[in-house]
Design a binder for this molecule. Structure first.
Ligand code: HEC
Ligand SMILES: [Cu+2]
Length: 366
């Protein structure tokens, strides 16, 4: 029930509650408009008709009418009581927290929102939630009074220091919705903004699986990883599309026969490529000196695997490093195999960066 759907003068209706909220809101607005027009037109009409000097018929004028008095007292009274009951019921519903809700903890601080899921995932100025699931926010402020305001869900409540407050909403559509502070809380109050991301249940499950951390790189293919290493180590400086004095071309060398400086011939399989990268002095390509840097200890085995995959894919490219190679079918996450447990500094840094600029401007006690 939003007569202005086409013209967005009111926020989206992203929760079931927002539809009922708007029904009340537009009813009150309509009544206001109707009575304003009714009274206004009557005043104007009578003022014109009975203006001084007009010839209007003034016979039978009366200065009191019980029926009329009753009418314009009782009708507005009924309307007002109706609206009172209606809004009270809605208010009770808004403040009654659902028992089966997914709980998220919120800390408001000058000037950012810090959110913590029950499973330990933390977010700053962003909240990821599944669609069609009641969400309950338990909120507290670290400094002054803030107010969590989710206009698209028609949800708002104060976030107060020293006391937990609650807010709930049930998103009914996926998408990105604003998260605002509705209490003037200081200089950068207007920057205390974030987003609620409503995901399908499946997307949310995989978001959880990925640790919910958008700072963790997305899984990339081995060859993509190889390309990154290729670029960061500057392999392309010596290995181009054609053999040069600086180094032989690696285009299409995978599984080809390579002539070595000692007169032997070697098949350029994965093992050969690996040794050529980590200990290039072991097998010197014919016509070259052992000038290639030794990469042993300079890169991980996954980096080497990636490079080999990247060089393999280069057979139908002009030069490795220029274009993305053909994507191989095997996908491995970027941090495979699982790396060492994260230390406190790493986590803190990620938190800082995720807090955007506000967190850096304002050192907090946390
Ligand atoms: C300073 C120049 C230089 C850089 C940088 C360099 N290489 Fe080399 N590379 C060479 C030279 C010269 C050879 C040939 C001599 C040899 O076999 O060691 C070579 C040989 C190779 C071979 C064997 C090629 C063949 O002819 O069979 C591979 C594979 C290789 N490099 C990969 C890499 C990768 C991957 C990197 C980046 C991590 C890299 N190189 C960086 C100079 C370089
Ligand atoms: Cu605020």
């Amino acid at each position: 029930m939003n007569p202005f759907k086409k013209w967005p003068i009111s926020p989206e209706q992203a929760s079931e509650w927002s539809i009922r909220h708007d029904a009340l809101f537009w009813t009150i607005s309509a009544l206001t408009v109707v009575f304003t027009i009714l009274v206004g037109v009557l005043i104007l009409g009578f003022a014109i008709r009975y203006r001084r000097g007009s010839t209007a018929d003034r016979r039978g004028a009366f200065d009191h009418h019980n029926g009329l008095e009753a009418l314009w007292s009782i009708i507005p009274l009924i309307l007002a009581i109706g609206i009172f009951v209606w809004s009270t019921l809605l208010f009770i519903e808004a403040r009654k927290m659902p028992k089966d809700a997914m709980e998220v903890f919120v800390v408001g601080k000058q000037w950012m929102w810090h959110l913590q899921h029950m499973n330990g995932i933390r977010e700053n100025n962003e909240l990821h939630v599944p669609v069609n699931t009641p969400i309950k926010l338990t909120m507290i402020s670290q400094d002054v009074i803030h107010a969590m305001y989710l206009p698209d869900f028609r949800a708002q409540f104060h976030v107060v220091p020293g006391r937990y407050t609650e807010l709930h909403f049930t998103p009914i559509k996926t998408g990105r919705f604003k998260m605002l502070c509705a209490m003037h809380c200081g200089t950068s109050h207007s920057e205390m903004v974030g987003f609620v991301y409503v995901l399908s249940k499946r997307d949310f499950a995989s978001w959880l699986d990925n640790g919910g951390n958008r700072y963790k790189p997305k899984p990339i293919t081995l060859a993509e990883r190889g390309k990154q290493v290729w670029e960061s180590k500057g392999c392309g400086g010596c290995h181009g599309a054609k053999d040069t004095v600086r180094g032989p071309s690696l285009v299409g060398i995978y599984n080809s026969q390579r002539a070595m400086a000692d007169g032997t011939t070697v098949k350029a399989d994965a093992d050969y490529l690996r040794w050529s990268i980590v200990q290039p002095y072991r097998l010197i390509t014919k016509g070259y000196e052992p000038t290639m840097p030794v990469y042993q200890g300079q890169m991980s085995e996954e980096d080497v695997l990636g490079l080999i995959e990247y060089i393999k894919g280069s057979s139908n490219q002009s030069t490795p490093g220029v274009k993305a190679p053909v994507a191989p079918t095997v996908r491995v996450p970027a941090d495979w195999p699982p790396s060492a447990p994260r230390n406190a500094t790493q986590t803190a840094n990620e938190e800082l960066s995720s807090g955007a600029t506000q967190a850096q401007q304002v050192p907090t006690k946390e």
